[in-house]
Structure formats: C-alpha cells, structure tokens
Design a binder for this molecule. Sequence first.
Ligand SMILES: [Zn+2]
Length: 246
Amino acid sequence: MARYPHKAGVYAIELIASDRIYIGSSTNVPGRWYQHRLHLKNGTHHCPKLQYAWTKYGADAFEWRILEELPRDCSKVEILAREQFYIDSLKPWFNVLPTAGSRLGSLDVEATKRLKSAARRSVTDLVTHCPRGHEYTPENTHLTKRNQRICRECARLRMAAKLATETPAQTSARLTRGRDYHERNREHHLETTAAYVATHKAEKREYDRIHRAEQNARRRTTMTDEKRARNAELQRARRARLKEFV
Ligand SMILES: [Zn+2]
C-alpha cells in the first residue's frame, strides 16, 4: 500500500495572507502536489504567476488544501466539471487558463502560447522595481535583446563601484581594450547600429540629442589644447597598434 493514499479531487494552492489561489484537479492529488512542488522548486512550473510568487515568497507562504474530495473511480470529465465549478466561482488569480483541464491537450498550442506569454507579461507588470528598489521607469530601464529589463541606476552604481577601485593603469588598459575592439569590429558595429536605429528611431534620436548636448557641454568646459594634442597622439598610437591586426 502506498504511504499516501491516492485521493481524487479538486485542490487549491493558496498564498497565505492574500486572496490569491491556484486551483487544479487530479485523480491523484498528493501525486500532483508532488509534481507541483518539484517544478516550483526547480523554477520550471508551467504557471508563471505561481512560479513568480513561489520564488518571491518561498514555500512556507503557501497552503495546500483539498477543496472537494471525489471518489477514486470518478471520470476525468466529472473531475474537470467540478474544477470548472470552482474556477468559475472562486476566480483563482494564479490560474493562467480560465478553462479547467486545458492542459490535457484540448486547447490548441498557439492559443496556449498566447495565454502563457500574456501571463508572463503580467508578471513583468507586477515587478515595478529592481531588486534594489529603483523603479523601472522608461528612462531607468534598459531592455536587452531578450526583453529582459536592466536597471540603469544599478548599472551606474556597478560602474561607479568598479571605477572607484580601479588603478590608473587598469583604467587606461580598459579604455584601450574598448577602443581597439570597436576599431577592429567597425563594420560590424556600423551594421548593428544601423539595424538598431531602424527599429528604435525615435528613442535613439532622443537619446543622441541628450547625450550629444551633454558631451558637447562637457567638451566646451574641459577641453584644452593640451588635451586635444594628447587625444591626437592617442589616436595615432591606436592606429599603429591596429596595423598588427590588418
Ligand atoms: Zn536598480
């Protein structure tokens, strides 16, 4: 005999101290709960909202309850009907799909994908601040190619921390590395920049306008003949170095 008796029924996974629940059903509720816990622990749960809350609040923040126990020989259709009843009356916040049993394959793949990506977006909407508490405003958000958000304020802080501990030799090595890299990949950079500008025209134009103005203002106040000569010298040295790569 199994250690835990199989129980068929409709269950709820409840985020304690909130009205947010997830509703599911199974012919073997303890077995299904085990699967849920495994996926949540591994970060691979199919329900993005539940996964997000689990990651954020931890396992102890959840309560597992059987809403209605059904006979073991109950058919899947009957179980789904009972699940649907609870979904309709309790409107569970965590459930991505408003129809019970859609994961059994009755729903077409594209529709599921759309629903899932909508749910993922709404999870992103939930997170309005970075882990350090800066708000993800448009100005403070850098979107990566994979649409991940990077907090610009944190990036600035990271850079500042790095610069604060850098020796002058490290600074010049870093700058040289960056400049050489860009020179070597000039064509590639021009291409990617053109592609980016084509898709982010307005954004890029605004960014350029602000930064060009800032840069020019900075130049006007700090540029001296001495600096200009040194810059020219650096550029000559760089060109000479680059001849090695050609
Ligand atoms: Zn931040």
